[in-house]
Unconditional design. Structure first.
Length: 116
């Protein structure tokens, strides 16, 4: 899995004590019961439901961290900070970064799961 650009499998495996079965189960849950959908974030922000959007982004950040999706984690952290008012930033650009990385990371995680 040397050609991965978005997922650090070594880091993720360390988080689950190198339990491949557990990591595979987490990936299966990620795919079968998605807690995050880009269209949900779009809708919440369009309706100016900032607190709900922040909760959704925060949830995805935790999932990304657990699965070793470092770039998605960082994008979520940045948008989370903007939505919480900790930092200034462009919410639409942050949302686009999160949504794009989510879709790209999901594809890479499928390849990771296939290789387990």
């Amino acid at each position: 899995m040397d050609n991965l650009k978005l997922v650090n499998v070594e880091e993720a495996m360390a988080r689950v004590d190198n339990d491949k079965e557990l990591y595979n189960d987490l990936l299966t849950m990620f795919f079968e019961d998605p807690q995050f959908k880009p269209e949900d974030l779009e809708k919440l922000l369009a309706e100016n439901k900032i607190q709900e959007a922040e909760k959704l982004v925060h949830l995805l950040k935790g999932i990304a961290g657990t699965l070793g999706a470092e770039k998605l984690f960082s994008a979520c952290q940045s948008l989370d900070d903007i939505l919480k008012g900790k930092t200034e930033g462009d919410i639409p650009a942050g949302k686009e970064a999160v949504n794009t990385l989510f879709l790209e990371t999901r594809e890479e995680l499928k390849k990771v799961q296939e290789s387990l």
